[in-house]
Design a protein around this ligand. Structure first.
Ligand code: 5AD
Length: 435
């Protein structure tokens, strides 16, 4: 099973290669020597990950070919939209008309969308976002794996179940061999091409030892690696980049500095943002976003969060709902309405139609049963599956009863592929840019 479609190289220009599969052309950045025209490669997030033998690529393409065009046709049918017959308010119709033409909207328009409540109007907003997702990303859907390597954290964020202040939680820290083995299983057994390694801010690992593990995974398994170890500082970001990490997943949590300092238990949002900016300059792909439903957060704050995500050049938007954890100061605060999460997904798509990969987060799935289907039909095009070894998974309890925490990797893959098939989506992530 694979979570990317192999492409055949049809052009090489310096470090840029163009590949083709089923008539679709995409470009990817190449860091390997010796690639030739006609080679087959996997790419993730716009990076060439590895070459694969011709016979293997042709066999995979042959199995895909049967379904690929059927999936595209289904996706096209599901994403059609007809504003004229929609019977919604004139203002909404005008805003969506402009959005579909990709004309800039005013902040007041986005706020209007974020505050919609009428079911029919919400459905139309989601459809418009889905149309733009289809237009720019066709039916591709990223499926990355995440390994939660340690639940130790030196921070005391008021919402987070693995905060150092939670003395009731059992702590674990995977050994470097266990991290490699989990990555090996995800890549070699299950076919993942992109992996996120995540932990709390854990001083129990040294930077050189994590860098060594990243280097081993990158060089031996040829996967795209995102790091998500919190604010590690610029020298460590540099070291992990040198070791082969190419993505950083770090949410800024909220763009409102007052809310940030109240709930995140640390003074400076600036420091986090400056690390995200520095990582982008180093060449990392950025995955970021915020929490939806923090105390005192307004629609204006959510709009600023989306705009900040774009400003930070995020290639992946990660917005999830706050979910109360009983052992935290925010235990009595309710989660947001699922519609609020969908509105953030849809407005993110309207604000960044071309570049955004928008994630349906596990938090959203925990909050709402139909989250994946609804999220993917409202502008999202990305999913992460939890490939943490099962014995550790429940201990990574940033919030309780996380979706899929009891499902094997295979069960998660099976249900994901069934859903993607029903929606006409293909699990492929060949590039950040289409030629
Ligand atoms: N509810 C939802 N998301 C949470 N996170 C931490 N605690 C919670 C919670 N109670 C998210 C944060 C962090 C990510 C790893 O997990 O946004 O960045």
């Amino acid at each position: 099973m694979c979570y990317a479609i192999p492409g055949k190289i049809i052009e090489i220009k310096d470090k840029k290669v163009t590949v083709e599969y089923f008539g679709e052309r995409k470009t990817a950045h190449n860091e390997y020597n010796g690639l030739k025209l006609g080679d087959y490669i996997y790419a993730q997030g716009g990076f060439v990950i590895k070459t694969i033998p011709k016979y293997e690529a042709e066999a995979i393409l042959a199995t895909w070919k049967e379904t690929f065009f059927e999936l595209q046709a289904l996706d096209l049918r599901l994403s059609r939209i007809d504003l004229e017959k929609s019977g919604v308010s004139r203002r909404l119709s005008l805003i969506l008309d402009k959005a579909l033409e990709e004309m800039p909207l005013q902040d007041s328009d986005y706020l209007y969308l974020l505050e919609l409540e009428n079911k029919k109007e919400l459905e139309l907003l989601y459809k418009a976002a889905n149309f733009l997702r289809h237009k720019h990303h066709s039916n591709s859907c990223c499926v990355h794996g995440i390994v939660e390597i340690s639940n130790y954290c030196k921070n005391s964020c008021g919402y987070c179940g693995i905060s150092k202040n939670n003395i009731k939680i059992n702590r674990y820290r995977m050994s470097l061999d266990e991290i490699y083995d989990a990555a090996y299983e995800a890549v070699e057994k299950y076919g993942f091409k992109a992996l996120v390694l995540q932990s709390g801010e854990d001083a129990g690992y040294s930077v050189p030892e994590l860098a060594k593990t990243i280097k081993k995974i990158r060089s031996e398994l040829k996967a795209l690696i995102f790091i998500s170890f919190g604010e590690v500082g610029i020298p460590a970001l540099e070291e992990y980049y040198k070791a082969g990490a190419r993505g950083l997943l770090m949410r800024f949590e909220t763009s409102n500095p007052e809310i940030f300092s109240t709930v995140c238990g640390r003074e400076s949002l600036e420091s986090r943002i400056s690390q995200i900016k520095a990582a982008y300059k180093m060449g990392y792909l950025i995955a970021t976003g915020g929490l939806i439903g923090l105390p005192n957060q307004t629609s204006q704050d959510l709009l600023e969060d989306i705009k900040l995500t774009k400003e930070l050049h995020a290639e992946m938007y990660s917005f999830g709902p706050f979910i109360p954890h009983p052992e935290t100061p925010l235990k009595d605060i309710a989660s947001p309405n699922p519609e609020t999460v969908l509105k953030v997904i849809a407005v993110s798509r309207l604000i960044d139609p071309k570049n955004a990969k928008i994630l349906v987060t596990t938090g959203f799935e925990t909050l709402f049963d139909n989250a994946r289907r609804k999220g993917l039909s409202s502008g999202a095009n990305s999913i992460m599956l939890n490939v943490t070894p099962e014995k550790f998974r429940k201990l990574y309890s940033i919030y309780p009863k996380r979706a899929h925490e009891n499902e094997s990797i295979q069960e998660q893959i099976d249900s994901t592929l069934t859903l993607l098939k029903n929606l006409g989506r293909a699990p492929t992530d060949l590039s950040v840019s289409q030629t």
